[in-house]
Structures are given as structure tokens and as C-alpha cells.
Design a protein around this ligand. Sequence first.
Ligand SMILES: C=CC1=C(C)c2cc3[nH]c(cc4nc(cc5[nH]c(cc1n2)c(C)c5CCC(=O)O)C(CCC(=O)O)=C4C)c(C)c3C=C
Ligand SMILES: [Fe+2]
Ligand SMILES: [Fe+2]
Length: 354
Amino acid sequence: MTLKTMPETGTAGSAALLPEGHPPVRIGKVGVLLVNLGTPDGTSYWPMRRYLREFLSDRRVIEWPRAIWYPILHGIVLNTRPKKSGAAYDAIWNRERDESPLRTFTRSQAEKLGAALEGLDNVIVDWAMRYGTPSIEKVTKSLMERGCERIVMFPLYPQYSATTTATVNDKFFEALMKMRFQPAIRTVPPYHDEPAYIEALARSIEQHLATVDFEPEVVIASYHGIPQSYFRRGDPYHCHCQKTTRLLRERLGWDEEKLITCFQSRFGPEEWLQPYTDKTVEKLAREGVKSVAVLNPGFVSDCLETLEEIAGEAGEIFHHAGGENFTHIPCLNDSAEGMAVIEALIRRELAGWA
Ligand SMILES: C=CC1=C(C)c2cc3[nH]c(cc4nc(cc5[nH]c(cc1n2)c(C)c5CCC(=O)O)C(CCC(=O)O)=C4C)c(C)c3C=C
Ligand SMILES: [Fe+2]
Ligand SMILES: [Fe+2]
């Protein structure tokens, strides 16, 4: 049998011998795949509807029996919500790049991580979204085409929830299920109590508060909510959120009145984790609290839920109820502190591979 050399293949540049007609094989690389929730491709009706349909059809997100949920989703939600949510996205849209902030930050995080890992010449960094584009399947295939025999997949959620971390894992493994020749896999675990993460949050608070001309009486750590029933059935998310706040409080030397935990972004008629952020800022203002700061430790990047719901809506609620000073502390995003967290976790998970 004739063998031919394929210089573009082989481990880290070494030539491999392949039989004539053999499909090309690229090997020797390690992929790092950052995955965030996803975001619409545009704010008009159809891109919004496509995104919401995929998101709200996920059984990990809405656990109701399909026979009950699908008529509501298709008959009501997908007819009304695309317009309403589209208007909200419009208010925060990155017009320069014509995309949502979540996409801008996720891409930048991948680019900055790639630059930070440049010394590891067998590592390729890329990014994908659980819902919408670029899909996990497409990017995973692309990493393999570029020679990745091993992939570290990082669901970008500090606190584990079945509605976020698990569904990213599911989608990733669903893509692998279709492959004859699979890469070896590592997934990055939740990091709600990692010292590097707590330190980065603490510094982001200190740095932001140094830029405003008031001292907040109360600082709210506001996490995305989940239905209470998911928590009762064993989702550890609530405990992870509480632990993040406790460690942050200890690091800052604050008491339980100064740094509190709340939950935002309720959806549907069920009871969600409480206390609710919007009700809490209103109550605080009515009780005479004049200055409040809110941070979103569960969001790796600023997005609709932080920029519109907190920086926008929650601030308005606070002022209408008599509050005077309100400030939103930005997420870690692609800041030096935020990138230090992502890099530290990825370097740890690459041990023995890169
Ligand atoms: C039942 C519905 C939802 C659950 C459960 C849920 C959990 C959950 N979500 C995030 C993070 C994000 N959610 C975002 C947007 C968003 N979330 C829901 C619903 C549920 N989320 C909807 C319908 C939407 C879309 C916007 C809207 O119509 O309100 C985003 C923002 C994405 C963006 O493009 O900016 C994030 C991020 C977490 C962390 C979480 C559970 C822990
Ligand atoms: Fe959400
Ligand atoms: Fe929201």
C-alpha cells in the first residue's frame, strides 16, 4: 500500500504517514470551548422568536409536561414575548457590532483567553452558545477539524443549575453522540466558591464603589432566579448562590445587613427563589434606605438581565419608591479580574493535557 506524508497533520507539526485515499486526520491539539447561554441574532420579531423558541422548548428550563406547556408556548408566549423582549434588547444592543452585549463579551473573553494561553502552542480557544449561534455542535466540529483530540468545555456559570450548566453539558454530549471519532472531554465544574472568583468579585465592588460619590447602605448580590420547585427537587443552585455571597461578605468584612442575596428575572406564574430583587429594592427605599448598589455575581457577562433589568428597571423602582442613590456594579466581563478567573480555572483543567 502506498503511504504519503501529510505535513499539515500529525502531533504538533510532525508528519504522519497515511495510506493513499485515507481521509485527512488532524491531531495533537487541545480545544478550550467557552459556552454561554445564548442570545438572539437580532431584535426584530423572527430572530427573537427563533431564540425564545429554542430556549423555552428546553426541558431543563421549563419542566412542565409538554402537553400543558407547548400550547401555552406556541399559542401565547411566542406570539407576545418576541416583541416585548425585542424592545428590551433594543435598549442594550451593541450598535457598533450589531449584536447583543453577551455575544460581544463572550467573544472577547475567548480572544483574551487565547492570547493569555499563547505560550501553550497546542491549545485552541473558541466559544459557542447554548441557544442560537454559534452552536455548540458547529464549534465542537470546527475544533476537531483543527486537530483537537481533547476538549475542555467550560459552561460559563459560577453557580451550578440544571437549567444552565446541565443543559450546556447535555447539548455538548448530544453533539458528541453523533460522532464516530470523539475527542476526550473535560468539563469545568461550577466555581461559586473558588478563591480567585471571590477575590475578583470583591475587587470589582471596591473598584466600582471608589468611582461613585456615595457609600451604599446596602449592597445586593442579585442572582438569576429559578422556580422554587426545582430547588426542592434537588437543584443546588440556591446553596451555591448563598455560599458565594457568604464568602464575599467574609472577604469584604461586611455584615449580613450590608450584603444581601436576592433573585431576579422571574418567568411565569410559579413561585421562584426569594427574596425577589425588584421587591427588595422597593422595600428598602420605602423603609428609608437612600443608597443601594447591586452586583450580579452569577452572570459572567453583562447582558439583558443585568443591563436592562437591574441597571435600568431596578434603579427606576428604587428611585420611584424614594431612594436617592442607585448604582449597578458591572459584571466581571472581559476585565483583567474576570479574565484572571477564567484563565486560572482553564489552566487547572488543562493539567496534563497542555
Ligand atoms: C423558566 C425560564 C427561565 C429559567 C429557569 C432561567 C434560568 C436562568 N437564566 C440564566 C441566565 C440568563 N437568562 C437570560 C435571559 C432569559 N432567561 C429566560 C428564562 C429563564 N431563565 C428568558 C425567557 C430569557 C430571554 C429574555 C427574556 O425574554 O426575558 C440571559 C440573558 C441573555 C442575553 O442575551 O442577554 C442570561 C444570561 C441563569 C443564570 C439561570 C439560572 C440559574
Ligand atoms: Fe434566564
Ligand atoms: Fe429578564
